[in-house]
Design a protein around this ligand. Structure first.
Ligand code: PMP
Ligand code: GLU
Length: 378
């Protein structure tokens, strides 16, 4: 009955574990959810107001241009110039239904059967699946002991079929940020070989002690090969509202827009207005949240190492990726059953014997959750 594509497509484990934890909570169980890859904050008041105001505009429920409202594309263009030092015109921008959708459109627009896409491991769960859905071949490149990708490791994997290199800094699931020098070398490599780069920058606002650098800002040559992907889910605590975007060469953006126009059409009209407000409005809250995440990271990394789960100190995002030295699916299942703590097995991110812990949870929950993990591993 089902297509080969559907048969090959795996369930998203991150979303599945979050749903399971939610269902258990609904049954009245005292679950600590370290599985969810979404901020535990609410959107700021101005964003909520923008949604309400949008409802009062005549025609709010009509289709917008399939590739997104011009005002939102302009807000994205302004943001990329202001914060990332990259100049994109609005015809180089496509607004989609979440960054996941942006990435999906890129794969559909660029990847043919047999094309290879290099993915540093540990990787976010959807990258290989999206490459598979485009009939491409995911090629995994290993990171170092601190989960940092080095250009040499990417170089080793390049063949005549390599079409794209994906970079994700800070990374989901490890929080690692690519070193500046390596970023430059990756750019040089891509330019030398004429390979496209997808730069997934969705966690750019959660970097603790460094400044985020967009690979496309390094020079014009790499910009021509880069698809810069970002969204509002993580920075503005709006993951369920589904807005993401891609900025890149106009010809690729046009092809992606055609694919989007034939599949989903525009992202939700009123949420596009909220995204305009998110990008143009006050950015103050972002710093406050980052400081809160930093406190949690410092606490959780210290505690995990104390209880014997070796854990490197991530530079960003809201994940830690400790070593558990045993089968990760078994560990995560038992931890949920016995201690009611949800985490995501590392094997789903390409790395067995590790787990991903999302610290997008209150300090009280983190303290309690780590106490339960301590009891579990003793
Ligand atoms: N990239 C990475 C690395 C992520 O962790 C996520 C989180 N879901 C996404 C892209 C997609 O984000 P969204 O579709 O919510 O914009
Ligand atoms: N990106 C988040 C995570 O890794 C949200 C779930 C998803 O879209 O995969 O948990």
């Amino acid at each position: 009955m089902l297509s080969q594509k559907a048969l090959n497509c795996k369930e998203s484990p991150t979303l599945a574990i979050s749903s399971k934890a939610k269902a258990m909570k609904k049954q009245g169980l005292d679950v600590i959810d370290f599985g969810a890859g979404q901020p535990d904050f609410e959107p700021t008041g101005n964003i909520k107001k923008a949604i309400i105001n949008s409802l009062d505009k005549k025609g709010y429920a009509k289709y917008t241009p399939a590739s997104g409202k011009p005002e939102l594309k302009q807000a994205i263009s302004d943001k990329l110039k202001r914060e990332n030092n990259i100049e994109y015109t609005t015809d180089q921008i496509l607004v989609s239904c979440g960054a996941k959708h942006s990435l999906y459109n890129i794969m559909q627009a660029l990847v043919d059967k047999g094309d290879e896409v290099i993915i540093p491991s540990p990787y976010w769960v959807s990258y290989p699946e999206q490459v598979n859905l485009a009939d491409g071949t995911p090629v995994i490149a290993e990171t170092d002991e601190n989960f940092k990708i080095k250009s040499d490791k990417i170089k080793e994997k390049i063949t005549g079929k390599t079409k794209i290199i994906i970079i994700n800094s800070p990374s989901n699931p490890t929080g690692a940020v690519i070193d500046d020098e390596e970023l430059k070398k990756i750019a040089e490599l891509a330019v030398e070989k004429g390979i496209y780069v997808i730069s997934d920058e969705i966690y750019e606002n959660i970097i603790y002690d460094k400044k985020h650098i967009s690979i496309a800002s390094l020079n014009e040559d790499i910009k021509k090969l880069t698809l810069t992907v970002n969204g509002i889910s993580k920075s503005y605590a709006m993951p369920g509202l589904r807005i993401g975007y891609t900025a890149g060469p106009a010809e690729i953006i046009k092809a992606m827009s055609n694919i989007q126009a034939q599949s989903t059409s525009n992202p939700t009209s009123i949420i596009q207005d909220a995204a305009i407000e998110a990008l143009n409005g006050s950015q103050e809250e972002l710093e406050t949240r980052k400081n809160e995440f930093r406190k949690r990271r410092d606490f959780i990394v210290k505690r995990l190492n104390e209880i014997g789960l070796k854990c490197s100190n991530p530079d960003g995002a809201f994940y830690v990726f400790p070593h558990i030295n045993q089968d990760s699916i078994n560990f995560a299942n038992k931890l949920l059953e016995e201690e009611k703590v949800a985490v995501v097995p590392g094997v789903y991110f390409g790395k067995e014997n590790y787990i991903r812990i999302s610290y997008a949870a209150s300090m009280e929950q983190i303290e309690e959750g780590i106490k339960r993990i301590e009891g579990f591993v003793k």
